[in-house]
Design a protein around this ligand. Structure first.
Ligand SMILES: Cc1ncc(COP(=O)(O)O)c(C=O)c1O
Length: 401
């Protein structure tokens, strides 16, 4: 059987994620990995989860083990509505929220729902590579907007929107990770958010706000979300996930937006997976109901802040001149820029020989033409691994200068 003759065009547009491929290599125990976006497993609230599983199975087994509604279990939705009110000052009704199998599913669904092959969308440059992957599978024509340490540049965004307008091509949406962005760790300040939102309105497009790291803030005050700034006028859809603030293994997140769009998402999700696991939704709802999430996040912030500080201190100690990095106020990553002549992809093989790994920056660029930066994760490794891994990385870089 020659399957190549049978595959759809979607297959030819699907590109393996550099990170997920790399994760196979970095699973080797002798290797120190700054590559994945993994939470620290030491922090997983295993005992609480175990106890809650017992409670849910003894009290609600028939609901937990049955098929659920595509929209999401009511118990969880009520908790989520309360949570976004308390933490984000966002008021929504049950028809404005959909529970999803974590935010990667929401990215895939958004792409399917808005993008025909050849349609244009705008993202930051660089941006989260899993989003690029989902958009590319849908056949999106992705325009990257230049960024600085405060996220996308308003002038360049305007220029890109104007360019599309001149070409008679609508911009289907603007995808942003406004808080502690993956990969750079940067946050868009509130005044810039207001300008970006105005541009979206002016050019009749919407903002897809993806904010997995927002609650992992070490210091400073959070700017308002795009969703709050829009005041529920329907120009923003926002995705949150439990992957980074609770456990990624539950594959649980949610998207909020205008009721008419959420309804379309529901119908699409029916065809994709019928529903997100009711058991895991009820366990998460109970975790929220017991008020455990905020304490868990507080503990996580304390630990990750120390790791970020250690990473920055160690970088300053060992990195050669000409190497620079971002100073994120939260999240899981920082972004390291090498002298122009170095190619982080080529360096990676040598780094892996030295038993340290990272993700080369090129994979985060829609047009893939910047080669001298890399993403470093600080949440997963231990303190000892951070110091030793960065020594190895610095040596690899020095060997190539
Ligand atoms: C910006 C961003 N969006 C979405 C995801 C996907 O996360 P999940 O599907 O686990 O919610 C990630 C994961 O790293 C991410 O960094």
């Amino acid at each position: 059987m020659n399957y190549n003759e049978l595959f759809s065009k979607v297959v030819s547009r699907s590109k393996a994620s550099a990170i997920r491929e790399l994760l196979k290599v970095t699973a080797r125990p002798e290797l120190i990995s700054f590559a994945g976006g993994l939470p620290d497993p030491e922090l997983f609230p295993t005992e609480e989860i175990e106890d809650i599983f017992d409670t849910v199975l003894s009290k609600s087994a028939r609901e937990a083990l049955q098929y659920g509604t595509t929209e999401g279990q009511n118990t969880l939705k009520q908790e989520l509505i309360r949570m976004v009110k308390e933490t984000e000052n966002i008021t929504i009704t049950p028809d404005q929220i959909l529970v999803v199998s974590a935010s990667q599913q929401a990215l895939d669904m958004t792409a399917r729902m808005f993008v025909n092959p050849g349609d244009s969308i705008i993202t930051a440059c660089p941006t989260y590579l899993g989003a690029l992957q989902a958009f590319q599978v849908a056949g999106a024509d992705i325009l990257g907007v230049a960024s600085d340490n405060d996220g996308v540049l308003v002038d360049d965004l305007k220029a890109k929107l104007e360019l599309l307008k001149e070409q008679g091509k609508p911009c289907k949406f603007i995808y942003l990770v406004p808080d502690f962005q993956n990969p750079t760790g940067t946050t868009i300040p509130q005044d810039r958010r207001e300008q970006i939102l105005e541009l979206a309105k002016q050019y009749h497009t919407f903002i897809l706000e993806d904010s997995p790291y927002r609650q992992v803030r070490f210091e400073g005050t959070a700017p308002k979300t795009f969703y709050e700034l829009d005041g529920g006028q329907g120009n923003v859809m926002t995705m949150f996930t439990f992957s980074k603030i609770f456990v990624p293994g539950f594959r649980l997140g949610f998207i909020i937006g205008p009721a008419e769009v959420i309804r379309k998402f529901v119908i699409l999700k029916q065809a994709m997976d019928l529903c997100t696991s009711p058991l895991l939704q009820l366990v998460t709802a109970e975790f929220l109901h017991r008020g455990l999430l905020q304490n868990h996040i507080k503990r996580m912030i304390e630990i990750y802040r120390q790791k970020r500080d250690l990473m920055i201190k160690t970088l300053a100690e060992y990195m050669p001149q000409g190497v620079s990095w971002t100073h994120p106020q939260g999240g899981l990553f920082l972004w390291l820029t090498l002298p122009k002549q170095l190619d982080a992809t080529r360096l990676l093989a040598q780094a892996i020989d030295h038993k340290v790994a990272y993700v080369a920056g090129v994979d985060f660029y829609p047009d893939g033409n910047v080669f001298n930066d890399m993403r470093l994760n600080f949440s997963y490794s231990t303190h000892e691994q951070i110091v030793e891994g960065l020594k190895r990385l610095a040596q690899t870089i020095k060997d190539n200068l």
